[in-house]
Write a protein that binds this ligand. Sequence first.
Ligand SMILES: [Zn+2]
Length: 267
Amino acid sequence: MISLLRALFSRTMPVPAPTTDEWAAALDLPVFAGFPAVDRRHLLLLAQELLAGKRFSPVAGADPGGLDIAAIVTQAALPILHLGTRWYRGWNEVVLYPGEFAHEGDETDEFGIVHRVRHVRSGEAWEGGPLVLSLDSVRMSGHREGYNVVIHEFAHKLDMNSGSVNGFPPLHADMRREAWSTAFATAYADLRASLARPQGMEDSEIDPYAAESPAEFFAVMSEYFFEWPELVFATYPAVYAQLCQFYRQDTLRRLSSFPVQPIGAIE
Ligand SMILES: [Zn+2]
């Protein structure tokens, strides 16, 4: 907290505007494969609207290039392609660190004792406040490898639109709350149970961080939904179906002819 505030007050220059080539390169990332031209134009317009509407603050020596900025806003536009930028209202700043950063704060344990903790993070989303990203982690995102810090943190922002961070974003009128909670609660309980078994950590392809809380489960499932939908569909098909309805996209169908390359895959 203190380090973030100090960093905010020592902010430096504005970020560079992406060139036409940098916009094109950002939209060439494997996570955008299979989009028709009309959707690519729509993504670009949404991304440019996000760039105009948010303040980007490099801190701690971060030096983003135009391609970094284009990569952030195009990937942030991906989840809201059929939702609109109003889903990212109510906050206005994206803080950029050069690499992973330390988060310091108070956490209450199961006995009610408050501890001062320090975690290393690649991103953070504050309720009503900034979204924070590590540029190193941004550069690892979008490659269809099952990792995407941009989509993860912006999914937290979508979740926060309900007024709490609990993995239950506001649903569309044609969706059923009961179907959402049954799908997510069942899958979350299954993941926690499977990780608790011997060898569970080694056997699970899903990042164990998803088992931290329902909010993290939603953010990690959203990450996979766009980066590696095959995994969500095969593991938790009911969650996949709910995410299709929520994001109004069928990522599996769009990406099916483009191979996934999960991190750690053996060639
Ligand atoms: Zn998270």
